[in-house]
Design a protein. Sequence first.
Lengths: 356, 318, 599
Amino acid sequence: MGLHFLGRRLLNTLVALWGLGSLVFLLGRHDPAGGPEQQLLSDGTESGIGTESRDPAAMAAARQAVRHRLGLDQPLFYLSQQAPAAANGARWRWNGTANQYHHWLARLLRGELGHSLRTGQPVAGQLGAALCCTLPLTGTALALALGAALWLGQGLAGPRRWWQGPVRALLLALQSAPLFVLALGLLLLLANPQALNWFPGYGLADEELAGWNRLGELARHLALPVVSLVLAALPDLALQLEAALRHELGTDYAAAARAKGLGEAQLIRHHALPNALLPTLTQVTGLVPALLAGALVVEVVYALPGMGRLLAAAAALRDYPVVLGGVLLTGAARLGALLLADVLYHRADPRIRWTR
Amino acid sequence: MDQVAHRRRQYAALAWLLLVAGAGLAAPYLPLPFAPAEPDLLAVGVSPAQGAGAGHWLGTDPLGRDVLAGLLFGARTLVLVTVPAALLAALLGAVLGSLAGYGRRLAAPAPAWLLGAGLGWWGLALPRPALGLAAAAGAGAWALGQWLRHRSGPVWALSLDALIQGAGALVGTVPRLVLVAAVATGGPLSLTGLGLLLVLTNWPGPARLVRAETLRVRALPFVEAARALGLPAACILRRHVLPLALRPLRADLPLRLAAFVGLESTLSFLGLGLPPDTASWGRLLDAARLDPAAWWTAAPPMLALLLTTGALLILSKK
Amino acid sequence: MPSRNLALRLTPRVATWALLAVACSCSTPPAPPVAGAVRIRWAQDPENLDPMVLPNPQAIEAANLLHGSLLQLDYAQQLFQPALATGLPARQALGDSLAVLTYELRPEARWDDGKPVTARDVAFSLKLMACPPGLGLPNEDARLAYRFVREVRQEAAFPRRVVLVCAGQAPTHLQATGTFPILPEHRLDAAGRLRRFSLAALQNWPATHLPDTGLTAFAQQYHAFRARQRGNNLPGCGPYALAGWTKDARLTFRRKPAWWADRLPASVPAVLRAPCPLLTFEIVPDEATAGLALQRGELDLFPQVPARLFARLRQSAAARQELAFHAAPSFEVVTVAFNTQRPGLADAPTRRALGLLLDAGGLLQATQLGEGQRTAGLIGPADPRAGCCDSLPPLAFDPPQAALLLGQAGWQRHPDGWHRRAGTAAPATALRLRLRYRTGDAMQETIALQFRAAAARIGVPVALLPTEAGALGAALRAGDFDLCVRTVKGNPFSCNFMPLLHSRAVGEGNVSRFGTAASDELLEQLAAAATPAQQARLLRRFQIMVREQAPLVPLFVVPTRLAASRRLAGLRAYGLKPGYAITALHRAAAPEPAAAPAP
């Protein structure tokens, strides 16, 4: 596992990212329902009594004008399909570099993600602002979920205790509750003047606060969202770790260690855990993209201005540059997490290695 | 004693699963007072206490649909769509994950790749189709030359690991709405189509688990020994690696069922999921979103899901 | 690996401490709001405050705070009242299709820098909206909407007089000339580059011509100015200035300390009042969360409360102590529209028969919990103009009668459904319907499921096509449906149904694709009606025509519901969106006492 290997994997990752971006670019703009011009012009089918009548020809011209302004009237790709086969038998036409894909790629290589079609603001700025809210939320939730899973998993796999049964049942119950039920349930329970009124109901801390006060307010506001995310991620992690630990504890080396007189807790921590960690590592690295992509459900329930809402609104309104920026960001996180997972596997079990 | 308790629990789990399957398959023939997709406009969002008199034993959801009928017909959807889709996703994930983890590569002589590319160019009628034919002919000549001179040319290989991991990342990252644009040009999907869509979007999770475990198992001494004995790779993978590498799926598959049920309703929100007149537990859960105070809409499917997941987990333990 | 083991051992403790710390800090009460501030719930971010774009209702509401216009809507009287203008425009017919409107601007009207608002600013705003495509201005929508203003005349001797020449002569139609935001020419076009062009020249710019250098230079300067503003917000002469905007979280508007209308003589018209010093719009997408925040005192006003939440809050004694509830019928009518170009639905008898399968009364009860009203026409029964139509009873829900009528319309019931033959040789048409509605909309879904169930009872198969909002418009425009659920938005002034049912609007607003020569003529007469009596007579004919031809079936009028803190004074519910008059809102010193329990 040398630098050569890492370099090769990084190169692979970049190629995969390019493929991902290209595919989403081409698929997203190939929308049978029509592009963003439908969302940017007022919808004729929503027009009410007494609005100015618009005839279809004028609306079509206006739509064309929007497409032209946004550069969407250019061909999509270097190649485009021709309706009737041309004289030389080619069903495809070469468009040269005057196409949307080329412009997008060229700008991307210069490090520009473009501007939002709806507001004209730079995409990078919008993503950055949303990340400022999302990262504290998802980062804390991931760290807490991982810590709690390691603790619970060891406890559940350890010597028999009275609380193991109820905890397992509770984890299963959490697993069968969808995230929005968890989030709404916590809200109705802990931020409700008619039940327990402990936490603020929505939003982030006031911008006017500063220093520790602001941090305290932020913690108060993020407590419920973080707890709902932890409760949603915990059962999967803890139960999987328990299953893996149980398997390891049934193997020969565990029996040998017990025969040596090692305590059960020592055995789990020093011998079984490193071997049982592989599925957990996989699951945790699988959660990494969600760090950046945000948690739409929790953001909606707790009215947090994060990536999930930004990307969902952009996708619903066909704001391609914002969607693509989000896809590239989460795609990079996902591919990076795969690389990270392989490095971590090697740390957890040095026998794991790669043939090219 | 422990064994007996475990055995008893297994019987109970099996009994519950049979009950769910039986209820699902028999749902259309049961004498239910209400159909699952028919709103009762006179009893919208009534609790079990208020609705029992009118025949809504478990109340109705905020759209006026009977919860009991939804639960029973939802079991049918679970048995016919969700469980097969979850199993298929796990199977596909296991196959691809083990291939990726075992480090197989897609190798072929260079002329074969060139031949394929040239014929593809010509077949798709890309600009100047003759160019594709020329490339194919060149590749053929190259192969012929090698064969005549009894020399093996270069072999080009693609790493299956990179390919499968890349595909997994792709499936996981493409936003659902873009997926909708790609899939649903027409109306809503058929149940089979929906099942396939669920499989296609959900194999990467199991694949990653199996791949990680394969990486570990591959390095174990007995696999090394098998390789040293000269057993074919496919045989080692099937006989020696897979049985161990599939272990994480045992805990993962039952837990994933709940996620699948949730996903059906998410896809419905995009106009792509189950048809609106098909009952499912996910839809019942989703109806609770309209009125969080109507606990009776969400509680029965959650309880049923909890018992099903728990039963599957118990059965998955030896 | 000792380091990792240490980390593992410490994780649960660290987590416990962190949770404890958070829980301890929770005992502090929520911070009190700024004195006199009013906090209002919005469901989504306005996205873009560019007055030429305004993509959603929230943006329009914000623009009304930031910008002034010639006329403004007085919610209490349901009329347009003069705002920047001194009075309603003097109107004069020109030929048989044009009208000349003369507005006088108030001498007190000032921009923030003290410069007066003049006719030049009005002309500039109109020309900005009319700028041809190719300049990169996002004005496609505004360009279409104000196309009917053909000419703007100014007189050098009277810098505050604006004369507009408009197409069309109906008074309600001409009100739109007063509603666009007025922008400052001296800030956006100091060089006066747009002055060289007439409005007509900009509107009729040939598509083949590239915009000339003067226009291009103006556009560049305008873009540069706009890019420096937060959210594309442009300077305005409205009562409020944008003080803060966190996307997807909160917008704050601060009252200008010296707004020009404060200097008006004693009797300030209602539309020019702005008593609240600070308006905060909190963006809370989830309704349950917003309901809780209202009960906790974190919000003062929750407009458009969903029916179920409204009913639950009203029944709760604790909530009644803190909150006041208001409701009024709105001008939105929920309808089910037929695609009249489908072979099975081309004849009125079939459509009338299928209309009997919609249980409007039950649906009103189920989706609005009884609030709102059933309606027989597109103008609701609460509207004074509908007084003439009270002889028209609402449709009854009657599936057996529907089956009977289908039989009379030539359909024959077979074991596999209904069939009809146009002639002996023609192939049979089967009655299979596809109902399109917006996915995720509970009301529309209830209507769809009810219709499907009722139709199934008489053997008509209905396939439901829930469609994602972004794709629904295109599907409806293309006519890719048999029935669709549609909410028709109305208002108290206009009787112009041409955007909905005129054959010229087929492919746009006329999703029913309906239109005969007679119906088109009736719609045109109704839109141009000059006197209330004439309007009432034509309206009656129109409502009867809709019932007989049934291009759409009106079901019920949805109500406006407001829930607000009792500390909020001046609140009333109105039928027009957003349902309240923000110019009347302010925070009272003492809460309004709780009224007698709601029935």
